[in-house]
Write a protein that binds this ligand. Structure first.
Ligand code: IMP
Length: 193
């Protein structure tokens, strides 16, 4: 492995996804790998802003090449909500997927326009220079949960061109077409240049 880069996360699911895309060419280290146990602030009101906060936090303290991401589910009929607040949509403390899906389904009760997209922003800092990559997957929100794989809003999101949710499609397909996959592929191309 020639290159090393720190991904500002300890989320095992995301690390696996990203490592699967970057393959053998680039060693991806987690925050734990660099002994960072801080609760990095995510206080911006955009995805790009949060990714930038996290990447700069690591670069400024550890001086290593690094990247950070932030993802949101943007629902057209809700003017882009929950967006940057996707993790904390139903609950301030965040990451309660069941409650988040329940709230979203309630908000969309009786709403015909079910269009939505997942959007990922990645900020990478290499040799002190910042670069932004974006990945989007368009789709729609169904009315009841389906499938068991993945995480977050996966059981209610059907990507365009498919008739199954991300949670039914499973990791192999999701890792090829997801918002994070698209953004990570752009990152990979840049890093291997
Ligand atoms: P994060 O910025 O990647 O932590 O994402 C914020 C929130 O968006 C997560 O807590 C999930 O609720 C949701 N989310 C992000 N990526 C996905 C995904 O691939 N599938 C389903 N939900 C996701």
């Amino acid at each position: 492995m020639s290159k090393k880069i720190v991904f500002a996360t300890n989320n095992a699911h995301k690390l696996n996804e990203v490592r699967a895309i970057l393959g053998e060419n680039i060693e991806v280290q987690s925050l734990r790998d660099i002994n960072c146990y801080d609760d990095i602030p995510e206080t911006a009101d955009t995805l790009e802003g949060n990714a930038l906060l996290k990447a700069r936090y690591i670069y400024e303290r550890y001086g290593v090449d690094c990247f950070a991401d932030d993802t949101g589910l943007e629902v057209e009929a809700l003017n882009g909500a929950p967006g940057v607040y996707s993790a904390r949509y139903a609950d301030e403390n965040g990451h309660n997927s069941e409650a988040n899906m329940q709230k979203l389904l309630k908000e969309l009760d009786g709403v015909e326009n079910r269009k939505a997209q997942f959007r990922t922003a990645i900020i990478v800092i290499v040799n002190g220079k910042e670069h932004l990559f974006e990945g989007i997957v368009k789709g729609s929100i169904i009315k009841t949960r389906k499938g068991t794989s993945g995480f977050g809003y996966d059981p209610i999101f059907v990507p365009e061109g498919y008739d199954k949710t991300f949670a039914e499609l499973g990791d192999d397909i999701k890792n090829k077409i997801s918002h994070r996959a698209v953004a990570t592929q752009k990152l990979c191309k840049f890093l291997l240049k």
